[in-house]
Design a protein around this ligand. Structure first.
Ligand SMILES: Cc1cc2nc3c(=O)[nH]c(=O)nc-3n(C[C@H](O)[C@H](O)[C@H](O)COP(=O)(O)OP(=O)(O)OC[C@H]3O[C@@H](n4cnc5c(N)ncnc54)[C@H](O)[C@@H]3O)c2cc1C
Length: 475
């Protein structure tokens, strides 16, 4: 064992340090494609464990790669051989729940689903619901700035983090308590929001104070298929005008809906573009709201309309099946394109947003880009907030296509910027979208913002030991 590893065992004890190659391999992968390497994996159980490792890392120029459940899909956790993975899964206490003051205090390894299981017993919820909610941790969601299906109503993590305890990667491994337990807080620069979405590059989150809210008494859900995208968007506009309290508005394009239907044979099928709308209401109004939504769908030309007066009924009817299985269906499509068992597909989930009123144009232009490069693509997204997730796949053995991939993604990001949107909405920048950041700030004549970000990184992390080479482009 090298001196570094012996020192780590001395600092944390044998139980909290893994050095065998297979464990390291397991913790060096993310959810999709990226795989790195590391000297060891450490599993801190307290803030003090984190501090002691950070102090040692600072003195010895050892890099630290923070990790929750590594479900990110942009390479923001991928470690290198020059450092250690710091996995937070053992820091998973829910320390305080206050329904009166609407907050929880949690450790970073708590999974979002665990938090919601506790809150739902009292009719409350934490509304950030990434599709990966069963594995995503608080620390990972804070640092990714995650969002989810209810983004149009509840926004993303930046809207729900009230306070953070963090360990800085400096000589003293300084512990800072930022923000607090109140929704109103004006104490200088907002360092909490700076750390939210920083992809583990600024500080190690060891505790979070999160805002919570009442869960809707009743959720009414309607789905249907539209031959023309214009009809679907007309329905979206009518629903918005109708002043219904929309929670979820999900879309799957016609080609993708067909692929998914053919692949998983869901309970609900149809032809055309799929729209799913969930509305928050109260028990007494459920039936009336359902009828109103169904009328709006029918009035916009929807076919195969199915409605449910509760989430339980929606699940039983299979209303979310096509949307939820979009990614697994894409993986199946990708695996069918492989030539042999040895080959791996490279699967990429895009994450642009455009103002919802520009969605039709965005979808058309995405299809043109996919045809230009001859890349297969599935497409779904959150219509309510304009966040689109085109998914493409390439055979790793197809060198030509792998070479074109970067230009393909740049074209998509350029299109989002031209339509007034952003290059990343909830997944982050990681390793894959650094060029997009340059594009985006250049387009706004604001390239200096990137040099300000680099200076901020140096202030927090003077020796560049925390998740180096992530998020910030070097030029
Ligand atoms: C099938 C699937 C569906 C998904 N759906 C969505 C979706 O709908 N919406 C969405 O936003 N995302 C989605 N994601 C992406 C991802 O799951 C989320 O970003 C999730 O919140 C990440 O949580 P995690 O615990 O896995 O974090 P990780 O992947 O482990 O880490 C994410 C980032 O946070 C950093 N980090 C982790 N913990 C800490 C800590 N304690 N201190 C400092 N830095 C830390 C890491 O270094 C990394 O930069 C999806 C992923 C998959 C695989």
């Amino acid at each position: 064992m090298s001196d570094i590893l012996k020192d780590l065992v001395k600092i944390l004890g044998n139980d909290k340090v893994a050095v065998d190659p297979l464990t390291i391999k397991l913790y060096s992968k993310n959810a999709v494609y990226y795989e790195g390497n590391a000297l060891a994996v450490v599993f801190p159980e307290t803030t003090d464990d984190v501090r002691r490792v950070v102090k040692y890392a600072y003195q010895n120029n050892l890099k630290i790669y923070p990790q929750g459940s590594a479900s990110e899909i942009v390479g923001s956790t991928t470690p290198r051989k020059d450092g250690i993975v710091m996995n937070f899964m053992r820091m998973r206490k829910v320390k305080e729940v206050s329904y009166v003051d609407s907050y929880v205090v949690v450790e970073p390894g708590v999974r979002l689903i665990e938090l919601n299981n506790i809150l739902s017993r009292n009719g409350y919820m934490f509304p950030i619901d990434p599709a990966s909610v069963k594995s995503a941790t608080v620390g990972g969601a804070v640092n990714s700035g995650s969002g989810g299906m209810m983004g149009a109503k509840y926004g993303t993590m930046k809207d729900w983090v009230l306070g953070l305890e963090v360990v800085l990667p400096d000589e003293e491994a300084t512990v800072l308590k930022l923000g607090g337990k109140t929704t109103k807080n004006r104490e200088g620069y907002d360092l909490v929001r700076l750390i939210v979405g920083s992809e583990g590059t600024l500080a190690l989150v060891t505790e979070a104070i999160l805002r919570i809210t009442l869960a809707p008494e009743r959720v009414v859900t309607v789905t249907g298929f539209f031959r023309e995208l214009e009809d679907l968007m007309r329905c979206v506009v009518e629903i918005k005008k109708s002043k219904l309290d929309v929670l979820i508005m999900e879309f799957v394009d016609d080609v993708t809906a067909k692929i998914t239907i053919d692949t998983i044979k869901p309970k609900i099928a149809g032809e055309g573009h799929l729209l799913i709308t969930s509305v928050s209401t109260v028990d007494e109004a459920a039936s009336r709201v359902k009828d109103k939504l169904v009328d709006l769908y029918a009035g916009s030309g929807a076919t195969n309309v199915v409605a449910a007066e509760s989430m339980g009924e929606a699940e039983a009817l299979g209303i979310f099946e096509i949307r939820r299985n979009l990614y697994p269906a894409t993986i199946k499509m990708a695996s069918l394109s492989l030539r042999d068992d040895e080959e791996k597909p490279y699967i990429f989930v895009e994450d642009i947003s455009v103002p919802p009123s520009r969605l039709i144009e965005a979808v058309k232009r995405l299809r043109e880009i996919s045809e230009k490069y001859d890349f297969p693509m599935t497409l779904g997204g959150h219509v309510g907030d304009g966040n689109l997730h085109p998914v493409v796949w390439i055979r790793e053995g197809d060198k030509d296509k792998m070479e074109q991939f970067n230009n393909f993604v740049l074209d998509i990001m350029r299109m989002a910027i031209e339509l007034g949107g952003v290059i990343s909405s909830e997944h982050g920048v990681g390793k894959v979208k650094k060029d997009g950041l340059v594009l985006s700030f250049k387009a706004r004549n604001s390239i200096k913002a990137l040099s300000i970000m680099r200076q901020i990184k140096r202030i927090f992390d003077p020796k560049n030991i925390l998740n180096p080479d992530k998020m910030l482009p070097s030029v």
